[in-house]
Write a protein that binds this ligand. Structure first.
Ligand code: GLO
Ligand code: MG
Length: 346
């Protein structure tokens, strides 16, 4: 790995959140999009990720002509600031039509809504200058097993992917797996599930994945192994780094906040596999702690990047030669301590 390999960073407007949770209201005042873009620029990030309705608010109440006009206007503003759009994701979990899932809803009219919205999202992405669509399959699952047919749901997901791939010859789709929340069980809980869908579609080359650290932890898996798995297939097209303290609600903590060693191993595997060399971004899908004051509002993003960059140094200065000798000698006790002392900065 070249020592000069650099990374490009991004986050989404939803990562400057107001602190609302299921038990209480917002604790910071809402900010306009322009303010958020200004903050991203000030921090020196390179790109922004978008939901379709981050690009065009109230998207369902607007005509296609209006939607495309607003997208073009935003693209012009981003160009003026030198900020790229990393991806666009259809928000398929908020509308009344997605109450019971989107592509796997039991209601055929609602499935049609999901497909139509996804195709329009692809058109928006094209205007925004990106070929990457992210699918977090939020409500594609069940609260009770008997509510849907799981095999049919896989077929419905593949049919929806096929429509998207057919709509635009260049679009690439990165599936973001998550095992639960808001559902009890999601149909695509891990990276293996996501990548297994690809060969069932009309163009497997254009179906890949996005890994989020917290989602791996929620699945009881190690994020660095999940990253390595996707990279072995050349399928890691985006990344949501954050942290998660065990099997709780989805916490989206700052990167490295809970488990520095797990964070180190993620960075190490990204370094080993040259993540980013095809233009992929390191995105932080993190939220401020609820009590965060307005004047500290951006710290979780800045800190996540600081921690990431410090861990890049740690990955590059890791004593690989000694580690290899210890591995050859099966001395995993000493290997364990080598890692701990390296992270402690002895
Ligand atoms: C939620 C997801 C969510 C997605 C985002 C992009 O758990 O991580 O934040 O990443 O909506 O599709
Ligand atoms: Mg995410």
């Amino acid at each position: 790995m070249s020592k000069t390999h650099t990374y490009e960073f991004c986050f989404g407007p939803w990562n400057i959140s107001e602190g609302q949770d299921p038990y209480g209201p917002p604790v910071r005042p809402p900010q306009e999009f322009d303010w958020k873009l200004g903050q991203l620029k000030k921090l020196g990030f390179d790109a922004m990720m978008f939901h379709d309705d981050d690009v065009v608010p109230d998207i369902d109440s607007k005509t296609s002509a209006q939607i495309f006009k607003e997208a073009r206007e935003l693209k012009k503003r981003l160009d003026g600031e030198g900020i790229a759009a990393e991806m666009v994701a259809p928000r398929l979990w908020f509308a009344p039509e997605t109450i019971d899932g989107a592509y796997t809803s039991n209601d055929p009219r609602h499935r049609q809504y999901a497909v139509d919205r996804s195709l329009r999202c692809i058109d928006i992405a094209k205007i925004m200058g990106t070929d990457l669509i992210v699918l977090w399959l939020a409500r594609e699952g069940t609260y009770i097993r008997e509510a849907k047919n799981a095999r049919r749901s896989v077929e419905l997901l593949v049919a929806a992917l096929d429509k998207m791939l057919g709509h635009d010859k260049k679009v690439r789709i990165a599936i973001e797996p998550k095992p639960n929340e808001p559902m009890d069980h999601a149909y695509i809980p891990t990276i293996g599930h996501a990548l297994a869908l690809a060969p069932l579609t009309r163009d497997p080359k254009r179906v890949g994945a996005l890994i989020e650290s917290a989602h791996c932890t929620l699945a009881g898996l190690d994020p660095s192994d999940e990253i390595a798995f996707a990279m072995a297939f050349q399928k890691l097209w985006s990344l949501h780094l954050n942290d998660q303290n065990g099997l709780k609600f989805d916490q989206d903590k700052p990167f490295g906040s809970t488990n520095l060693r797990v964070a180190f191993n993620q960075v190490r595997v990204l370094e080993q596999n040259k993540y980013g060399s095809n233009g992929e971004y390191v995105c932080f899908d993190v939220h401020p702690f609820r009590t965060t004051k307005v004047e500290h509002w951006m710290a979780h993003l800045d800190n996540s990047r600081r921690t990431f960059l410090r861990l890049v140094e740690k990955a590059r200065s890791y004593d690989e030669k000694t580690a290899q000798q210890l591995i050859a000698n099966r001395d995993y006790q000493a290997l364990d301590q080598l890692v701990i002392e390296h992270l402690l900065g002895k």
